[in-house]
Design a protein around this ligand. Structure first.
Ligand code: KG4
Ligand code: ZN
Length: 345
């Protein structure tokens, strides 16, 4: 089954054709990063406008790259939540129009389920059940993937997501948006033990995260240095911050794996591109006998291939949408779309 998938939940306009959930026939991504960089973060209205301008081009590009016409794909999939609502709606409406015009099934996909599915593309043998650490700009979750469309969250952030903490800490160190990748680069040149930082925990919730205290500690450190006129060793602060975040993430994730009896693990989301996290996770999993799955860098950030992958499994579970499909800014990963709506097919 060939699915034409769209992603427009943040600042990437993307389309892809994916066969049977695992084989990527094409993937086209138009990124707006350079434009949002000027403002130090994503400007929602600009994002929506650029999606509107570019979505037809990425759609055409994905079909051409795959060598298929619109009539030859079997279904249309789209990220319908969560994300910047104006941005999500561009993809949703475009996908609805195509599904209606071509009389194809319409498959709504939860963005975070898509990030997890990037691992199905990269690791053909990976099958649920497994435990997944999802770390993106908006989410930090420890998720039991009980089946392809059956999830249970056993840990989540109480405040900032890991990627958000990276981006905010990076800004205080003087790095440009998006900060995560800048911290990753700088950390390679710094001393990770130079600035000891807190490891905040959440009382009574051993698998939850809290990053706001850590982010504030970094911001305060940078401000104090500035006020005293002392030079800030940004590379070492980046290295210290990255090391601390990676310790917190791996520590809680591996404790959860042990407590819940999982030996098959995966990591997903934009922050899974972090080299420090990848190295630490690989070493710890090797030492503890866990089988680890992480997507290649090309599938860590936002893309439509991951949406096309998850869409296949949503289709098999009967999770289709009707013409009343709406985008949603927020949505729990455990919830299904339009459970009561009329199905297109
Ligand atoms: O998954 P994603 O592309 O978008 C969301 O769904 O949110 O994640 C974006 C986040 C940003 O916060 C970005 O700074 C972070 O992923 N990120 C990284 C790295 N590459 C991207 N964080 C740390 N190290 C990286 N190499
Ligand atoms: Zn994402």
């Amino acid at each position: 089954m060939k699915i034409l998938a769209f992603e427009s939940s943040c600042d990437e306009t993307a389309a892809a054709v994916v066969e049977d959930g695992r084989r990527v026939l094409s993937s086209v991504i138009h990124t707006q990063v350079a434009e949002h960089q000027k403002y130090g973060g994503v400007v929602p209205e600009i994002a929506s406008r650029r999606h509107t301008e570019n979505i037809i081009a990425v759609c055409d590009g994905a079909l051409k790259q795959a060598g298929y016409t619109l009539a030859e794909v079997d279904a249309i999939a789209v990220t319908a939540a969560p994300g910047l609502i104006g941005a999500v709606l561009v993809g949703v409406n475009f996908a609805k129009g195509l599904a209606m015009a071509m009389n194809k099934p319409l498959i709504p996909v939860h963005h975070i389920r898509g990030h997890i599915a990037a691992n199905y593309i990269a690791h053909p043998d990976l099958k649920p059940p497994f435990l997944c650490l999802v770390v993106s700009g908006g989410h930090s979750h420890i998720v039991e993937v009980r089946d392809y469309t059956d999830f249970r969250v056993i840990g989540r952030t109480r405040d900032d997501a890991a990627g958000e903490a990276f981006d905010k800490a990076a800004r205080s160190m003087g790095f440009s948006y998006p900060g995560g990748v800048q911290i990753d680069k700088a950390a390679k040149k710094g001393d990770a033990n130079k600035y000891p930082l807190p490891h905040p925990t959440v009382d009574g919730s051993p698998y939850d995260f809290s990053f706001s205290g850590l982010k504030t500690a970094v911001i305060n450190l940078a401000h104090r240095a500035e006020q005293k006129g002392e030079p800030l060793d940004a590379d070492s602060l980046a290295a210290s911050f990255q090391k601390t975040v990676c310790e917190i993430l791996t520590d809680r994730f591996l404790s959860a794996a042990k407590a819940f009896g999982y030996t098959t693990l995966a990591v997903a989301g934009g922050v899974s591109a972090n080299s420090g996290l990848r190295e630490k996770m690989e070493a710890l999993c090797r030492d503890n006998g866990f089988k680890l799955h992480i997507p290649p860098l090309s599938l860590c950030g936002d893309n439509a291939a991951m949406i096309g992958s998850q869409a296949f499994f949503e289709f098999l579970s009967g999770n289709l949408a009707g013409f009343d499909l709406n985008g949603r800014a927020g949505m729990d990963i455990c919830e299904n779309f339009n459970e009561n709506s009329q199905k297109l097919k």
